[in-house]
Design a protein around this ligand. Sequence first.
Ligand code: ATP
Ligand code: MG
Ligand code: MG
Ligand code: MG
Length: 470
Amino acid sequence: MIGVNEIRSTFLDYFRKNGHEVVASSPLVPRNDPTLMFTNAGMVQFKNVFTGLEKRPYNRATTAQKSVRAGGKHNDLDNVGYTARHLTFFEMLGNFSFGDYFKEGAIELAWNLVTKGFDLPKDKLLVTVYSEDDEAALLWKKIAGFSDDKIIRIPTSDNFWQMGDTGPCGPCSEIFIDRGEHIWGGPPGSAEEDGDRFLEFWNLVFMQFDQLAPGERVPLPRPSIDTGMGLERMASILQGVPSVFDTDLFRALIGTTEEVVGAKAEGDSAASFRVIADHLRSSAFLIADGVLPSNEGRGYVLRRIMRRAMRHLQLLGAREPMMYRVLPTLVSEMGRAYPELVRAEPLIAETLKLEETRFRKTLSRGLGLLADETEGLSEGGQLSGETAFRLYDTYGFPLDLTQDALRQRGISVDLAGFDTAMERQKAEARAHWAGSGEAATETVWFPIRERTGATEFLGYDTEGAEGVIQ
Ligand code: ATP
Ligand code: MG
Ligand code: MG
Ligand code: MG
C-alpha cells in the first residue's frame, strides 16, 4: 500500500525530474499578506512572483504546501467530518510555471503523472473546464484522447480560481475520478445522491489575471500555471478507500483516539472521531506556526477549531483533557516531513492541555443548557439567538460550535437574534461604563474589551482571576 509520505515524494520527484525547483512549504500564517487569514493553497507563497513584483532564480517550482481552509474565501470547517473529502488542514501538492509553460505543458505534465506515475485508470477520469475555455477543452481532447462527454464545461466560479478577493486568478480545469459507487451519498433520489462519487483531486489553474480590487482585473505580465492536488484525496484514491479519513495517516490518528477515549469509531460516533483527527492536525500545525488560541482573528479561529474537537471528545465520553494525548501519533506520522512539528511538540501539548482544561470548566454546563433549551425542538426547529449568545458569552461556546452541536438534529440557530443580543450587550456595556462617570474606563477599558472579545464566566470555582477576560 502506498502511504502519504510516498505519494508526496513521488509527486515532488516527478516534477523535479521535469525541471522544477523543489521549494519548501511556507508557514500557515502568510508573510506580508494581511488580506489572507491562513495559507489556503500552494500559490500563496508565489503570489508576488506571478504578478512580477518578485523574481526567483527559477521559473518552474514544485511544493507540498501546508494549507488551512477554516476562514475567509475558502472555508471548509463545516464540511469536515461530514463529506468524504474535506479537511481543515491538508497538504496541497503543486507545480508552478512562472511565465514558462502554459496550458499545454500543464495538461501534459498532469496527465502523464496521473496515468503513468500513479497509474490511475484512464476510463474512470474526467475533467471540467471553464465554459469559455475552448483551448483547454481542445488540449484535453488531444492529450488525453477524451470524448466530449468527459470534458465538462462549467460556467460558474467553480472553474475560475481566486485565492481571495484580490490577487492572481484565472480559469481552471479540474481532474475528477469516478469511483462508481454510492460513496457517502444522500438517500436515493435526493440532490446528494451522488455524494462524493465524482471526486475532484487536482486543479490546474491557468493564471492570467491579477484581481486588484472588486471589478478591477488586469492581465498578469506573463501567463503562468498554478496547480493543486490534495495529498489526502490522492491517498484515498490510491489506497482504494472511501474517504480521506480511511487513509493510513487518519487511521492511525483515529486508532489512538479510540484507545484514549476507550470507544470505537463506529455508527453515530464515527463523525466525532473524524472531526477530532482533522482538528488535531490543524490545531497542531497552526500552533507550530506561531498561532495561539485567543479571542480575535487567527487565534479565535484556532480556539474555535480546538473547542469543536473538545466538544466531540466530551461526546465520546472524555472526562479529562485528552486531545494532547493523540498528539504523539501525529508527530510520529508527520514529524519527518515537517520538523517544526517535532520542535513545537511540547508547546502544542501544553496549549491543547490548557485550553481543554479551561473549556471543560464550562463545557458540560453549557451542553446541559443547550440540551434543556432544545428539548422540545424537532428537525427544522430553531434555537433562539438569545440562548446561543448566552452559550457564547457565559460558557465560551463559539457560535459555530453550537451550530455544529445541533446540525445532526437538523436544528438551526437564529443568527439575527444572536447578532442583536451581541449588539445589545455591547451597547449596555457602553452605557454602563459611561454612566459610571469614569472617563478613563470608556477610553481605556472598553477598547481593550472590544479587542479581547466576549468575557467568559468560568463559574464560581475558578481559581484566581484566570478567565475573567480570556
Ligand atoms: P472542493 O470543490 O472539493 O471543495 P476546491 O475546488 O475548493 O475543492 P481547490 O481550491 O481547487 O479545491 O484546491 C485544489 C485541490 O486541493 C483540490 O482539487 C483538492 O484535491 C484539494 N483540496 C481542496 N480543499 C480541500 C480540503 N478542504 N481538504 C482536502 N483537500 C482539499
Ligand atoms: Mg472547496
Ligand atoms: Mg471544486
Ligand atoms: Mg477545485
